[in-house]
Write a protein that binds this ligand. Sequence first.
Ligand code: GLN
Length: 280
Amino acid sequence: MDIIGMRNHFREQLKALHSFPAIDVLYKQLLQAFFQWTPTVVGLHPQHPLTQAEEERLLDALAALQQHQPIQYIIGHTSFYGLQIEVNEATLIPRPETEELVDIITREWEATPPATLLDLGTGSGCIALALKSHFPKAQVAGIDNAPAALAIAKKNATRLHLQIDFQLQDIEQLAVSAVPLDLIVSNPPYVHKEEQLAPNVYNYEPHQALFSPPDDPLFLYEKIAAFGIQSIKPNGKIYFEINPLDAPQLKEKMHSLGYVDLSLRKDIFGKLRFLIASKK
Ligand code: GLN
């Protein structure tokens, strides 16, 4: 089979799940990731024959896509804030909303870059890595309680030549930070157990990184906020990615913990997705 023949096979096999343009994007991502064939090269050589090994690799990926496996896990990486981030089923796949959160932080701290910052529930390390690449002088730490996720975060840091202090630790057991922090950022698990997730998310991504504690969706946020009150410098800030369903209660809670300048912001999809607060 040649390149275009296989693309037609992908279209045929995936048409119940995706539009043709979406299938073509997936196909091109596979060609690029597996064989380093850029979309331009592919466009110039549609009749280029595939070897049997290449064909088998693409057919395996096709079967995985039919099972709703995310493309990011199939190819093993994704792009986040301009960085290539390795991911696997131990880590959440970085979302565009989370890039927005990083973007908010980089804009707010452009004039006076942070000296110290901490990412809680770092997963693949994407937030910590993006902030370290933007603020190279900052001392950046990332904490997660999943050893398999931290292993990927460390691999990412090494490959990207970014120096980050990744630590295996539970958010519930945080001690006061030895170094006062300019900012804390966190995208903790926040999906409520009754929320319906798409099969590509529910069946493949780590539930530990998705679902908030069943009886108390704000539990981790409260732990982080309480730690923040003791560990953030005066005028330092905390940046949360949140579930819109939790927005009013969380705002109230942060207020009662003593945070000021509370601001809820919407993501590109129009959902209340971020809560930002300052420490007095
Ligand atoms: N944004 C992710 C989702 O909706 C959830 C991320 C999280 O729980 N922190 O699938």
